[in-house]
Design a protein around this ligand. Structure first.
Ligand code: FAD
Length: 416
């Protein structure tokens, strides 16, 4: 086992949306010779927000994937590896394989773990028997295969995991696009679409929830609140839910399916959860406005792995990364971190083919649209933004470290 020790001025754990964006921005804003390294185990990087479209046959998986090596900004060292142990008291991490890396500053951007095994029987049947998920590049093509092969009378079931999970709208977006696909192919009247969610509401921001209830009703989707998927019988084609409301807690409900779309429970990776960086729930504990760790001032975190109570989205990363970079540079200049992140997240809700409600909001569910369009309305312009504009923004601007983006409107007043 290797015992090599290396040192980097800035070490970034995770080369996903957050890690690459921070590295690229630091290269633009920091000193030219700033020594930055990214540790990332995967050789492929996915634009995950388009997985919803891939699962609906409106985008290809190939178009979501790029080689990780090609995204590492010039001058940044790419360490192909996985952090196995965070030791922030000693400013070091240990990689699988034994290498130790010490650092002056650490950025933790390791995303979330998909907890498939929390659901009994799911692992064994995922990708077969009509059991699919847009949450993984390994299964998202199978979602579209299942949707396009639906027959008259099909029973379809869509599940939503307990919060927190990435992209709060993704589970219901899959249901809307499937119902619309059925409608366009003359199947809707004979088929059944059921959405089972752990939550007591359809969406966490009431302004958008009011519209989404109407969208679900228009699609004739049965919405079942406070149901948590606990078991799947792939061969028998049944899904079992546990009810989580006070009145019916623990009661089990088993339903048949021809297509089951699962959103898995999500958690921090074990190496984060077990470290001194984690809060009680396992997320990296940072200040929600500065993104600085509450106990280790030379550590920052952003993206899905951090503790901030925003919706876990790439859109949030876009607004968090400049704050992390500014504050890292402040720390290097012996200045204090400044507040800058307001909890912005965006969830383009694909309510049908060609239609999107662009849900944008900050901490506390305050609605903050970027464009001067009615944020409650489904729109074809927003579909173009989702399918064409946002991927360009991601690959060519965000991951290249550009910071100029249109500002969201924090002065927007919700109509009474
Ligand atoms: P990731 O991009 O997941 O990257 C984490 C990286 O860390 C990975 O590359 C991983 O390999 C690496 N890593 C893990 N463990 C370690 C370790 N121990 N050591 C080193 N590296 C490690 N967002 C939107 O804004 N809009 C949307 O419409 C949208 N829709 C979505 C739909 C779906 C189906 C999904 C799955 C996601 C969607 N998202 C959407 C969410 C968005 O993709 C994530 O919020 C975003 O990718 C988070 O970036 P991240 O860098 O924190 O995590």
């Amino acid at each position: 086992m290797s015992q090599v020790t290396k040192h980097h001025r800035v070490l970034i754990a995770g080369g996903g949306a957050a890690g690459i964006t921070v590295a690229a921005r630091l290269k633009r804003k920091g000193p030219a010779d700033l020594d930055i390294a990214i540790v990332e185990p995967s050789d492929a990087h996915y634009y995950q927000p388009a997985f919803t479209l891939v699962g609906a046959g409106a985008y290809t998986l190939d178009a979501t994937r790029k080689a990780e090596a090609k995204l590492i900004p010039p001058g940044v060292k790419y360490i192909r590896g996985q952090v196995k142990e965070f030791d922030p008291a000693n400013n070091r991490v240990k990689l699988a394989g034994g290498t130790t890396i010490t650092y002056d500053y650490l950025v933790v951007a390791t995303g979330v773990k998909l907890d498939w095994s929390k659901i009994e029987g799911l692992r064994e049947t995922l990708g077969r028997n009509g059991v699919c998920s847009n949450y993984s590049p390994d299964y998202v093509n199978y979602t579209w295969e299942c949707v396009r092969n639906l027959n008259t009378g099909a029973k379809t079931v869509f599940t939503q995991a307990p919060l927190p999970f990435k992209c709060p709208g993704a589970p219901q977006k899959a249901a809307y696009l499937t119902a619309d696909h059925m409608n366009r192919n003359g199947l809707r009247e004979s088929c059944d679409v059921q959405f089972f969610t752990h939550a007591p509401v359809i969406f966490g921001v009431p302004f958008f929830a009011r519209e989404l209830v109407k969208v679900a009703a228009r699609h004739k989707i049965g919405v079942n609140y406070q149901h948590n998927l606990v078991a799947v019988d792939g061969a028998g084609k049944t899904a079992t839910f546990e009810r989580v409301s006070d009145a019916a807690r623990g009661e089990r409900v088993t339903v048949p399916f021809d297509l089951l779309h699962v959103s898995p429970a999500q958690s921090p990776h074990d190496e984060v959860r077990s470290s001194a960086l984690a809060n009680a729930a396992g997320w990296v504990e940072v200040d929600q406005a500065t993104m600085q760790h509450v106990k280790f001032p030379n550590v920052f975190s952003l993206g899905d792995v951090c503790s901030t109570p925003n919706s876990k989205t790439a859109a949030a990363v876009r607004k968090q990364a400049p704050v992390v970079v500014r504050n890292l540079l402040h720390m290097m200049a012996k200045e204090t971190a400044e507040k800058g992140y307001d909890g912005y997240a965006s969830c383009p809700l694909t309510t049908a083919y060609g239609k999107v409600i662009m849900a944008e909001f900050t901490y506390g569910g305050k609605v903050t649209p970027t464009l001067p369009l009615d944020p409650a309305k489904e729109s074809a312009i927003n579909w173009q933004i989702k399918t064409t504009g946002l991927p360009i923004l991601y690959w060519n601007y965000m991951l290249k470290g550009h910071e100029w983006f249109p500002k969201h409107n924090t002065a927007f007043v919700e109509p009474k």
